[in-house]
Structures are given as structure tokens and as C-alpha cells.
Design a binder for this molecule. Structure first.
Ligand SMILES: [Zn+2]
Length: 389
């Protein structure tokens, strides 16, 4: 079944897994919530409905790379349709390090594509800019092109994001880069969430970044050297810093499940978020794809690499895959998963979790298949799609 527009009638949905208990949500013919209130009756449906999942870091999906200045509205719709099918109703498409000119051209193309697409205006909450003020050291740089990394420069960043209709919501920086502490203060003053990532900062530098207003560790546990110092390393410094939330890629590839469990315990459930960091290789056949300037290869094993390099280059996972993983690995309830995959990311952005009247409907109905949790149907605004058979 393809994307379907439903623009007649009113629909009433009971959220069986809302954080505060059952909740009844009414949706008008325009795809917007008209009211919601607690529901005390019995739920008889075999399926469970939750609010949609929110992905704070996604570089591409379903064969489409968001880091191309040729991106069209039709391309973006193809990617967002596949994401919706996997339970995501809101996301921050992510632009990674490149030359300032290319970053600007790519994020402008992305912003135009959002306006030219059917799903973009409903699903794209803004952008995540990861770079270019990151560590060029081996391991820490990951797959980001080192030649384009540089000292923090607010004027340069302003040029990159100058012509956008939608806001940059998150910027990821490395605290040890020259000028980053001032940059963090400025970004925070403009309402942007600052994240730390691709960093070999000391404990003091991490604490200084948090004091300047940084609030997130980007895909913590990745973009690190294999030769970490026992005591002085950016991973433990970030795990120990309670002012930082942390995002994790729960695909079982970037971090083995037992390490993710350790990280979740250290960071605390209330500060943890899951992100896909997906690339064009997610929800796509094995083969070669692009990630900005890079060629990447998605293997049949679901691993996305730069061909010939030991480094992972984003993921091929989906929010629904990660939800299934968390339930299988850690015996989490669907309600607990929704906290990591919706409530916590929205709280970080300062956006409300439960939809208020006038907000877009974001609803995912789940069913339990023989191989675990599956999306049965997902809806955003007036758009609906069936999940995977
Ligand atoms: Zn990264």
C-alpha cells in the first residue's frame, strides 16, 4: 500500500501506551488534533497505538541522500514515506561536514525540497548540522572529511544556514576546537540545541562546553579512537556529565547491546535518546550509495561503510528496528521505548510531547508479529501508510 491521503471525517484514537496512561485523541479532517483527554475505559483492540517516533539525526533514507544539492521534493517524499512506514513521524534531516559552500548549497536544497514535498511540511521539524567544527583526528573524525574541519566561526556558520525557511534545531561541535565555547553560547542564545560529538575533548573541555550550554552528546560511544586512555577520555567524561543528554544508535552494530545497556545505566533513562544516524542505505537494497562527498556501501549484513575504510559511515537502521531491538535486548515496554524515541528527544528540543489542539496527528499503530514488534499503520497529518507486511 502506498501513501494515502485521508481528508474526510473525524477519527478518534486511544493511545494505549501514553506516558500518563490511556489517552483519547481526536483528529479532524485536516489531519490536525482537535482535542485530547485521559481515557478511562477498557482498550479492546489487539493493536497498540502510540504517538509517532522522532529521529534527531538522519542523513538519508531509502536510497535518498539528504547531503546532495540536487535533492528534490520527490526524492524527499520517497525517503519520508519509507521513514513513516517505520514509525517515524518527525525528524531532523542532517547535513554533515563539507566545504562551507557545499554545506550551504545542500541544506538550502533540503529546505526547498521540504517545501516542495507532501510529507516534508508535516515531518521535518528543522535540521541538524553535524560539523564542520569537529575533531580531525583519526577515529574521532569518523567518515567526515577532515580537510573541511576548522576552528569555530560564527560568521561562517551563519552563511551556511542563511537562506533557510526552517530552523536549525541542533548543531554538533567538538569542544576542543578553537572558538567553540563562544560559538556554543551564541548558538544557545539563538535557541539552537548544541550537541557534542566527533570529539577528543578532555574532561575539563567537556565540562566547559556543558557550562556554556551544550545539552546533548551526539551518537555517544561512536566516533572515538580504539586507543582510548583508561582515565582521560571523552566517552567517560560525557557519560559522567549530567547536564548532557545522550543519543545512541541502537542498531547492535555501532554499539553491542551489552555496551548500550552500560551506557543507558550510566546516562540514565531520563537523559537517553535513540537516533538512527541513517543513510541512503537504510530501507534500501545492499549496494553503493552517497553520503555527501563520500561513496558508501551498505552490506547485506546491514553495515554501512566507506569502501576500503574501517570506519562506519552512518547506519542502515530504522526507528522501528531500534524499538524492536530495545524490547528484545532489554525487555523494555513499548511505552519505555517511546520515551527514548519521542518524549526525550522532544523535551530536548523544547517541543511538547502530547499533541495540543491544532498540532499534526502523529500516530503509529503497532502489532506483534512472530519476529517481534512491527508497524501496522502510521499516520502524520492527513497522510497514512500501512507498515511492512
Ligand atoms: Zn557522526
Amino acid at each position: 500500500m502506498e501513501l494515502e491521503r485521508i481528508d474526510t471525517g473525524t477519527k478518534t484514537v486511544v493511545l494505549t501506551e501514553s506516558r500518563t496512561g490511556h489517552c483519547l485523541v481526536r483528529v479532524g479532517p485536516d489531519g490536525r488534533v482537535t482535542d485530547n483527554h485521559p481515557f478511562l475505559g477498557a482498550v479492546t483492540s489487539p493493536h497498540r497505538t502510540t504517538l509517532g517516533l522522532v529521529d534527531l539525526q538522519v542523513n538519508g533514507f531509502a536510497g535518498v541522500d539528504f547531503n546532495q544539492d540536487t535533492l528534490t521534493g520527490a526524492d524527499l517524499d520517497r525517503a519520508l514515506t519509507a521513514m513513516l512506514k517505520c514509525g517515524t513521524t518527525r525528524c531532523l534531516p542532517t547535513v554533515i561536514t563539507a566545504s562551507a559552500e557545499n554545506m550551504a548549497a545542500r541544506i538550502e536544497a533540503l529546505d526547498r525540497a521540504v517545501g516542495d514535498s507532501r510529507l516534508g511540511p508535516w515531518m521535518v521539524a528543522g535540521y541538524h548540522v553535524e560539523g564542520p567544527f569537529l575533531s580531525p583526528q583519526d577515529g574521532y573524525a569518523g567518515c567526515h572529511p577532515k580537510q573541511h574541519m576548522r576552528a569555530a566561526d560564527e560568521a561562517l556558520f551563519d552563511r551556511i544556514v542563511a537562506n533557510l525557511e526552517r530552523p536549525v534545531r541542533i548543531v554538533t561541535v567538538a569542544p576542543e576546537c578553537d572558538g567553540v565555547l563562544d560559538f556554543i553560547s551564541q548558538a544557545v542564545a539563538h535557541g539552537v540545541v548544541v550537541a557534542i560529538g566527533h570529539t577528543n575533548a578532555t574532561h575539563d573541555q567537556i565540562m566547559a562546553a556543558a557550562a556554556a550550554g551544550a545539552r546533548l552528546s551526539t551518537h555517544l560511544g561512536n566516533a572515538l579512537s580504539d586507543q582510548l586512555s583508561k582515565n582521560e577520555n571523552p566517552l567517560f567524561a560525557q557519560l559522567a556529565e549530567d547536564r548532557l543528554n545522550a543519543s545512541f544508535i541502537a542498531d547492535g552494530i555501532h554499539i553491542p547491546p551489552y555496551m548500550l545497556q552500560t551506557y543507558l545505566r550510566a546516562k540514565g533513562y531520563e537523559r537517553s535518546i535513540v537516533v538512527t544516524d541513517a543513510t541512503a542505505g537504510a530501507a534500501a537494497a545492499p549496494g553503493r550509495y552517497a553520503l555527501g562527498d563520500l561513496r558508501i556501501e551498505r552490506g547485506a549484513d546491514g553495515i554501512v561503510r566507506e569502501p576500503g575504510s574501517p570506519y562506519l559511515a552512518g547506519s542502515a537502521t530504522t526507528m522501528a528496528d531500534m524499538a524492536r531491538n530495545l524490547i528484545e535486548w532489554f525487555d523494555m515496554t513499548l511505552q519505555e521505548v517511546v520515551v527514548l524515541a519521542r518524549s526525550n528527544p522532544l523535551a530536548l528540543l523544547g517541543d511538547s510531547n502530547l499533541p495540543a489542539p491544532g498540532d499534526a496527528a502523529e500516530l503509529v499503530t503497532w502489532r506483534n508479529g512472530p519476529d517481534g514488534l512491527r508497524v501496522h499503520e502510521a499516520r502524520v497529518g492527513p497522510w497514512r501508510i500501512a507498515g511492512h507486511a
